[in-house]
Design a protein around this ligand. Structure first.
Ligand SMILES: Nc1ncnc2c1ncn2[C@@H]1O[C@H](COP(=O)(O)OP(=O)(O)OP(=O)(O)O)[C@@H](O)[C@H]1O
Ligand SMILES: O=C(O)c1ccc[n+]([C@@H]2O[C@H](COP(=O)([O-])O)[C@@H](O)[C@H]2O)c1
Length: 209
C-alpha cells in the first residue's frame, strides 16, 4: 500500500464521503455515523477534496480543512484523508478507478448527501461511477423528493434498493443505490462560512429537522 494511504483488507466495506469540508461540521459527522450503521460499513473514509470540479470558488487550504475534519470526527472507524491530492485525481470517477485498483477486494460505497444526487448527472462520467461502486444517499433538508425527481435517480430507478435493504448495498450487484431517510441536520459549510460561527457547528448545537 502507498505510504500515507489508509489500510483496508479484502472483504471490508468502506464508505467514501467526498467533500470540500470547508469547513467540516456536525452534519458530516451525523451522516457518517448513519452510513456506518445503516449500510453496515466497516469504515468511512472522508476524502477531503482539493476542490469540487463544479465550483468556481477555491476552498480553504487543505491542511486546515483536514485538521478541522479530524477534530469534528474523532471516531476510530472514520479516516480523514487527502487521498485525491495524493492520487492527483480531480473527478470522482477517476478517484474510484484508482482506489479500486489500489485496494483489490475491498468493497467501496460512494456516499453523498441528497443535494448531490440532484446534480449527479452533471458529474464527469457519472454513469461509470454507478458501474464501479454502489452509491448510498443520505437525506438532507430541502431535498426530500430527490430520490424520485433527480435525473440520475429516474434513469437508474430499477437499480434502487429499498431503505429496508440498505445493509445489502455494499454487496449488491451493480448498478445499485439506496436512499435513506433519517433525522436530518440543517448544517452546511456555506452557512457556516456566511455566519462565521464555527464552534457551534463543530459541536452540533444548531437545529435538527
Ligand atoms: N447537513 C447535511 N446533511 C446531509 N448531507 C450533508 C450535510 N452536509 C454535508 N452533506 C454531504 O456531505 C458531502 C460533503 O459536503 P460538503 O463538504 O460540500 O459540505 P456542504 O455543507 O454541502 O458544503 P457547501 O454548503 O459549501 O455546499 C456531500 O455529499 C454533502 O451532500
Ligand atoms: O466528478 C465530478 O464531476 C464531481 C462533481 C461534483 C462533485 N464531485 C465530488 O462530490 C463530492 C462533494 O463535493 P462538494 O464540493 O459538494 O463537497 C466531492 O468529493 C467532489 O469531488 C465530483
Amino acid at each position: 500500500m502507498r505510504q500515507g494511504f489508509p489500510i483496508a483488507t479484502r472483504g471490508q466495506s468502506i464508505g467514501l464521503l467526498g467533500g470540500s469540508f470547508d469547513p467540516a461540521h456536525a452534519g458530516h459527522a451525523h451522516i457518517t455515523r448513519e452510513a456506518l450503521r445503516r449500510f453496515g460499513l466497516d469504515q468511512v473514509w472522508w476524502l477531503v477534496s482539493p476542490g469540487n470540479p463544479l465550483k468556481t470558488r477555491g476552498p480553504a487550504p487543505m491542511a486546515q480543512r483536514i485538521a478541522r475534519a479530524r477534530r469534528v470526527m474523532p471516531d476510530p472507524k472514520v479516516v480523514v484523508t487527502g487521498l485525491e491530492a495524493g492520487l492527483g485525481t480531480r473527478y470522482t470517477a477517476q478517484t474510484l478507478a484508482r482506489l479500486k485498483a489500489l485496494y483489490p477486494g475491498v468493497r467501496f460505497v460512494w456516499l453523498m448527501g441528497a443535494d448531490n444526487l440532484a446534480q449527479f448527472h452533471r458529474w464527469e462520467d457519472w454513469r461509470s461511477i454507478l458501474a464501479a461502486v454502489p452509491v448510498g444517499v443520505l437525506a438532507r433538508p430541502g431535498h426530500r423528493m430527490v430520490a424520485r425527481q433527480a435525473l440520475a435517480a429516474r434513469i437508474f430507478a430499477r437499480a434502487r434498493l429499498r431503505a429496508a435493504q440498505a445493509r445489502l448495498l455494499a454487496c449488491a450487484d451493480l448498478p445499485a443505490w439506496c436512499f435513506v431517510q433519517m433525522p436530518m441536520s440543517d448544517l452546511s459549510s456555506s452557512a457556516i462560512r456566511a455566519g462565521g460561527d464555527w464552534r457551534d457547528a463543530a459541536e452540533g448545537r444548531r437545529a435538527w429537522t
